[in-house]
Design a protein around this ligand. Structure first.
Ligand code: ADP
Ligand code: MG
Length: 703
């Protein structure tokens, strides 16, 4: 008969591990370690299984010292008999004599001073490295080494092992010991997602094996097989989440269909003083096909600054108006909103379409009147900032939302907007999003791309200018200014508080440019700390040509459209990211004249230099974005968290792009045949999906 005492004695070893078991119930984990694990994001056994090694060490079976031969790599184990640090040599070396019962061997580490407190007499260590002959004696040089514990000198423990990301309180070896029992019970902890046939066809190993080998692989090849499977699963679940979200959007919300006709189409096109480009026609076709449906459109329109997105958006807006629907056109800032309003006014001169620009400056009865007009359906197109239009505006029949995100894409805003009603939604962005990202971050959106800008644009020549060539560049710019062209001078900062700063600032340089370098021209200053009205005045003057050269910060990144401005100097160009440089440059090259962009920088930083190089080579936003993605990684361009997607633990959307495509296709086909994931076959997938995404996809109500 078992007594309480027995149970206690049996202790943790007897606990049947489940995936939701807190790690604290595992052998070797007390409250202290549980805390440490928590900091590593590991709370349950399932989390622990997802705590993957960051690296692997594969050692050959160790040999006895007498078996060592020069010219080959070996692993051996021995005790440190003597050690010496010789720091007076030209390259200081740390040297030990390693012995076992069969012989001894010299082991040296060049610049090994850091080892002198680490490796001590009497310690048993395992070394792996190339063996050579030095003065007729066997020697191993700069080997990898492991100090073996006193209590377990069995080197077998070190073979085929993962190296875990460790902390000061929890070593990789300790993690390995803790995870070991869970690995023995994998069949209870891990459920297969796919049937045998699919695994075979996709050359994937089963999930249990994958978990086993990712933690404890017998060899290198098994690691890559395990990784392949787990990456696939991760990408598959992510894509499945996106597929489901999209499915729900399409099937659970209603929108007013906006029908097009030849008559409407030609009436709209008459508004534009030019023929639409092939790219514009193509995306308009995609958009109108969406709008004709009774499910809300959810489309992202991508295209460089100046590629003609606004025209496309206006087409969609006018189509909505023709269908007696109201349209909101939203921008992130008031400057941009008024810019939109300006260009809309240009196209709609004399039109009966009622439009209004709402700004924060409109208050009191005037504002009330406008809100009432919108609510009663008297106004067709409302332009404003996202914040304004979301807050307190009610529509009579809200048919289309156009959101210009420029390069700060905020998905939450989109979500919020949807609650109000379900208008069709067109999001515009000037951030060229590489296909890889578009497919993950925005995987639930349809994407349209304008690749080529309208014709008749002068080319942009970009040059990287170092200090010694600055005055030459200024001479060149002077000639262009004399020829009545206009120029931007962009600085990374408004002002320098620190006198010793190497970074040039707009307010300081404005003085130099206006008084010393270009005294004969009218130089203006624009930055974010100026009053709204002053900013507006400077921009108007620049637009009208009253200002020849505009000194500014990145505020000109948005909202200024002056085709006659064909020169840009970017000072301290190495202080800007690639995407930003490209955005800035998009301000020129809008007219017919050839444009020139000068990147002033004396950087010798390699990454910065490579950014500047790319800028001089390419004008293609997508190419630049791909480079950016490689240099910075996806996280900085677009945070996955922002989208409510969990971070990827093992897959990488760039390196594993081919896998991503497969997983995406697979995931979307699963949703097509079993949109509620009710099929018994998909039970484990569904469970995993809910666990991974929880509420963030609104899946919980899929019963
Ligand atoms: P984006 O919104 O992508 O920055 P816009 O729609 O504002 O670009 O267009 C940039 C400029 O190009 C505008 O001055 C616009 O009048 C002009 N434009 C747009 N489409 C065409 C076209 N098909 N042909 C000629 N000019 C065009
Ligand atoms: Mg625009």
């Amino acid at each position: 008969m078992r007594t309480d005492g027995d149970i206690k004695k049996a202790g943790k070893a007897d606990v049947k591990i489940k995936s939701e078991t807190p790690v604290q119930y595992l052998k070797g984990v007390g409250p202290g370690r549980a805390k440490t694990f928590e900091q590593l994001g590991v709370e349950t056994v399932a989390d622990l299984l997802e705590y993957f090694p960051r690296d692997y060490n594969f050692f050959e079976q160790p040999v006895k010292i007498e078996e060592l031969r020069p010219g080959q790599e070996f692993t051996t184990v021995g005790v440190i008999e003597s050690s010496e640090f010789n720091k007076f040599r030209r390259s200081p070396i740390f040297e030990v004599t390693l012995s076992d019962e069969t012989g001894s061997c010299r082991v040296v580490w060049f610049h090994g001073g850091y080892l002198k407190d680490k490796l001590q007499l009497g310690q048993v260590i395992m070394v792996t490295g190339k063996v050579t002959l030095y003065k007729h004696q066997l020697q191993m040089t700069n080997p990898k080494f492991f100090i073996l514990d006193d209590d377990s000198t069995d080197p077998a423990e070190y073979f085929g092992g993962g190296v875990y990301p460790a902390t000061a309180k929890l070593s990789s070896r300790q993690i390995k010991k803790i995870i070991a029992p869970a690995l023995e019970q994998l069949p209870n902890l891990v459920d297969e997602f796919f049937d045998k046939k699919l695994l075979k066809d996709s050359e994937l190993i089963d999930r249990i094996k994958a978990y086993k080998w990712i933690h404890n692989p017998p060899d290198e090849e098994k690691v890559s097989k395990a990784k392949r499977r787990l990456k696939y699963d991760e990408l598959f679940l992510m894509q499945l989440g996106l597929a489901l979200r999209r499915y729900r959007m399409q099937h659970f919300s209603q929108a007013t269909p906006l029908k097009n006709s030849d008559k409407i189409d030609s009436r709209i096109r008459k508004r534009f003083p030019f023929l639409l480009t092939g790219d514009q026609d193509e995306v308009i076709e995609e958009i109108t096909a969406d709008l004709a449906k009774d499910e809300p459109m959810n489309r992202l329109l991508q295209g460089d600054v100046g590629s003609g997105k606004t025209v496309v958006a206006l087409y969609a807006a006018l189509l909505a108006v023709a269908n007696k629907q109201q349209v909101a056109i939203m921008a992130p800032t008031e400057i941009l909103a008024s810019q939109h309003s300006l260009s809309i006014e240009r196209y709609l001169k004399g039109s009966e379409v009622k439009r209004v620009l709402i700004t924060g400056g409109i208050t009191g009865p005037k504002r009330k009147e406008i809100l009432w007009q919108i609510k009663s359906g008297k106004i067709d197109i409302v332009v404003g900032t996202v914040a304004l239009l979301q807050k307190d505006i009610e529509f009579k029949s809200f048919g289309l939302a156009v959101i210009d995100e420029q390069h700060k894409f905020g998905v939450h805003q989109r979500a919020q907007l949807r609650k109000q009603t379900t208008p069709h939604c067109l999001v515009m962005t000037a951030t060229p999003i590489p296909r890889t990202l578009a497919m993950t971050a925005f995987g639930d959106l349809d994407v349209s791309v304008i690749k080529h800008s309208p014709p008749g644009r002068g080319a942009i020549v970009t040059r990287w200018v170092e200090k010694k060539n600055r005055s030459k560049a200024f001479d060149f710019i002077r000639q262009r200014l004399v020829a009545k062209k206009q120029a931007y001078f962009v600085y990374p900062r408004i002002a320098n508080t620190d006198q010793s700063s190497q970074v040039k600032a707009a307010t300081d340089e404005y003085k130099i440019l206006s008084k010393k370098i270009f005294p004969e021209f009218n130089v203006g200053l624009l930055h974010g700390q100026m009053k709204s009205a002053d900013k507006q005045k400077v921009m108007d003057d620049f637009r009208k040509g009253k200002i020849d050269a505009l000194v500014s910060t990145v505020v000109i990144e948005v909202g200024v459209d002056v085709p006659n401005a064909s020169i840009m100097v970017i000072e301290g160009a190495d202080h800007f990211g690639l995407a930003q440089l490209h955005q800035l440059r998009g301000r020129i090259g809008r007219g017919q004249a050839k444009s020139f962009c000068f990147l002033f920088s004396d950087t010798d930083n390699e990454t910065a230099a490579s950014r500047l190089e790319i800028m001089t080579r390419s004008n293609d936003g997508f190419e630049i974005a791909e480079h950016d993605l490689k240099i910075r990684g996806p996280g900085e361009i677009f945070s996955a968290r922002q989208h409510g997607l969990p971070d990827l633990k093992i897959a990488n959307i760039i390196d594993d792009y081919q896998q991503l495509l497969l997983a995406r296709k697979h995931a979307f086909s699963v949703v097509e045949t079993d949109p509620m994931l009710q099929n018994a076959k998909n039970k484990n997938i569904r469970t995993a999906l809910l666990k991974k995404f929880g509420d963030s996809l609104g899946l919980v109500d899929i019963a």
